[in-house]
Design a protein around this ligand. Structure first.
Ligand code: SF4
Length: 655
């Protein structure tokens, strides 16, 4: 019997219209657990680097995490993987909501798409009955609207639908996949879905999931629930409110935006407005938020309510969460009311709420600098808000300059030339990031930004605080109940970290300690992404309910796989290394591993090189960032070493 997983994948060939139900190999579950890990294995096996993102041979995989569909709290992530048109590397964007548990209840762990449909279609999974249906009548429809139209058409109000909007259909490089209360937005996976002629996937499932040792598993789930309740009533002391709790940042609940609006950058990630937050702004924004937010909502089996239904008069209701509350507002130097309104249109279009506003702010900066002119922007309104709507419409339709901007700032700058490259300044590996600019280099964040392959800082950072607490007493108080640390030494690293002086950034934490801290953060993310647990309850916040010490018991009692901390660490290393291997094979090297260029004012080139040198060694990678033969063999990835040798990647570069 298979536990936690169903043991079956759906394989859909969109070129031929073929549907197959395939039994999976349990050995792969033991090696990779599920989610991201097994997705990486499939992409490694079946999508060699010769295949372009828009090749019919590129795969688009919708995968549940191993524990999705079980009673594990907040375990609801669908991990969507493909080769990204934006970065040309492996993309693995994730969505919460209800889709993954529903797919499990229909009897499948993954849906794997290959080929391209000649006509626009959607997939309808209704337990055993799976069919490809015509979607030509849905062409050009919004991503949220499509979900409702499909539910009505199927007469199945309980179906969960993941859909693209016009941006995905038009292969905008930052197109998202929207689904109920969540979306998978990063790295242009919606563009690959559109390229395949797939408008949506609808799923309805009514089957059960087997749990290996149910009583033990439920006991663990109850412990997590109790911890969440306790933490909600006892926020962490001496840290900003945004770090004191759990879940994704509670942007829909909080009104005080001083931290973001005065600390983060406006426009094209350049302008800080230190005096922006006043009593008047606070009052106005509070009223806007209170009148627009109809209800706070949660993902499947989670009490955290990180999202909200937003309803602005004259436009249809949509779901918003996290920092996308501010991205349009701040990119346009506007106010919250504008942000809520344009985000509705952007959500229907199906675009990433981080990249899209930055691309528009980038275009306006180029216009102000005379690099783009009135000839490029015929008929563009004169006010900034009007310009944002004008640009959004053209990007999504790939009309005129919109066709260039739809490729994201990195590629658009190259196409535009005339010095535009200097304006695409907030990217990691060709992908737009949060508009943060800080003073002193933070060695931990330097390594996370540079080497993280989610290429998205918010999904790399985590349980180690972002900065030292002001006093030793506060730090002592913090470490007292820090049960999540994998080793006691991390408490000492934190205790000794001072805001100023010898033990402060950039030379403290030491290079060695920095490597260990970053490795811990990354390990937790890779475990979450294999299990399908929301990072908001594990790898992202300080002091979460899930951690390295209780995860093995969840896996053992839930999935029936004997697991301890060392074994789980090894699985996370294996998955992380395999993702890197996919990207190394696609040409990623040390030269690509850098943070956005002006993220910190004070940079330390020698230290940064040393950090990379030592981190690569720590991870078992050579000086180019390529996993060594020895480390690959130790992780049961000898087949990767053989492939690297055949391609000359190791022979030529590993010495
Ligand atoms: S913590 Fe928030 S984002 Fe995560 S599953 Fe719960 S409601 Fe969803």
């Amino acid at each position: 019997m298979r536990y936690a997983e169903t043991g079956f994948n759906l394989e859909i060939d969109l070129s031929r219209g073929n549907i197959e139900k395939i039994e999976t190999d349990p050995k792969l579950t033991e090696l990779h657990l599920g989610g991201l890990g097994t997705n990486a294995k499939i992409l490694w096996d079946r999508v060699p680097p010769e295949f372009e993102p828009f090749s019919p041979d590129n795969l688009l995989i919708f995968c549940t995490g191993l524990l999705c569909g079980t009673p594990a709290i907040g375990c609801n992530r669908t991990i969507v993987s493909t080769i990204s048109p934006q970065t040309q590397l492996m993309a693995y964007s994730m969505m919460g909501g209800f889709f993954a548990p529903e797919l499990k209840y229909a009897g499948y762990d993954k849906v794997i798409f290959r080929g391209k449909s000649p006509n626009l279609v959607y997939l309808w999974i209704n337990n055993e009955k799976v069919e490809i249906r015509d979607a030509s009548h849905l062409r050009g429809k919004g991503a949220v609207e499509t979900q409702e139209l499909i539910r009505q058409e199927l007469k199945e109000p309980k179906a969960h639908v993941a859909a693209i909007g016009p941006a995905g259909e038009n292969r905008v490089f930052f197109a998202s996949i929207e689904q109920g209360r969540s979306s998978a937005s990063r790295q242009g996976i919606g563009a690959v879905m559109g390229d395949k002629g797939l408008k949506a996937i609808a799923v309805r499932g009514t089957k059960d999931i087997n749990i290996a040792r149910p009583a033990e598993f439920i006991g663990l789930c109850n412990d997590v629930l109790k911890y969440i309740q306790w933490r909600n009533e006892n926020p962490i002391k001496n840290v900003e409110p945004i770090f004191a709790g759990l879940g994704s940042p509670q942007e829909m609940a909080i009104h005080d935006e001083k931290w973001h609006t005065t600390g983060f950058m406006w426009g094209n990630a350049r302008t800080r407005r230190k005096d922006f937050w006043t009593k008047e702004v606070e009052k106005k924004w509070r009223e806007t938020q209170e009148s627009s937010r109809t209800r706070l909502i949660s993902c499947y089996n989670c009490p955290m309510k990180c999202g909200a239904l937003i309803s602005v008069p004259g436009i249809s209701r949509y779901m918003m969460k996290c920092y996308s509350k501010l991205t349009y507002t701040m990119a346009a130097f506007s106010d919250l009311d504008f942000g809520f309104k344009i985000a509705q249109r952007a959500t229907e279009y199906g675009v990433d709420g981080f990249s899209c506003p930055q691309v528009m702010a980038f275009a306006l900066e180029l216009y102000e600098a005379g690099i783009l002119t009135d000839q490029d922007m015929p008929g563009m309104p004169s006010d900034t808000e009007g310009r944002f709507y004008w640009l959004l419409d053209r990007i999504v339709r790939r009309e005129g300059i919109g066709d260039v901007l739809a490729n994201g700032t990195h590629w658009a700058a190259q196409q535009i030339g005339k010095g535009a490259e200097a304006y695409a300044h907030n990217n990691i590996k060709k992908h737009e990031q949060l508009p943060l600019k800080l003073g002193m280099l933070n060695p931990i964040y330097f390594l996370m930004y540079s080497t993280g392959e989610k290429i998205n800082i918010t999904q790399i950072e985590g349980q180690f605080p972002q900065e030292p607490l002001a006093t030793r007493e506060q730090r002592e108080e913090f470490v007292k109940d820090w049960i999540q640390v994998p080793d006691e030494k991390f408490k000492q690293y934190f205790l000794d970290w001072d805001p100023r002086g010898e033990h402060s950034n950039p030379y403290y934490p030491t290079v060695e300690a920095t490597c260990e801290i970053v490795d811990w953060m990354e390990r937790m993310h890779y475990i979450d992404d294999a299990l399908g647990v929301c990072a908001g309850l594990s790898s992202f916040p300080l002091k979460p309910p899930y951690h390295i010490h209780n995860y093995p018991a969840f896996i053992s009692s839930g999935a029936g796989i004997d697991m301890d901390e060392a074994g789980l660490t090894q699985v996370a290393r294996r998955n992380r290394t395999l993702v890197r291997a996919v990207n190394i094979r696609r040409g990623m090297r040390r030269a690509d591993e850098k943070p956005p260029e002006d993220h910190w004012k004070k940079r330390f080139p020698e230290l940064e090189e040393k950090l990379l040198d030592e981190y690569y060694k720590f991870k078992g990678w050579d000086n180019h960032g390529i996993p060594t033969k020895e480390s690959l063999r130790e992780l049961d990835l000898a087949y990767v070493a053989e492939d690297f040798e055949k391609r000359g990647i190791i022979r030529n570069e590993q010495s």
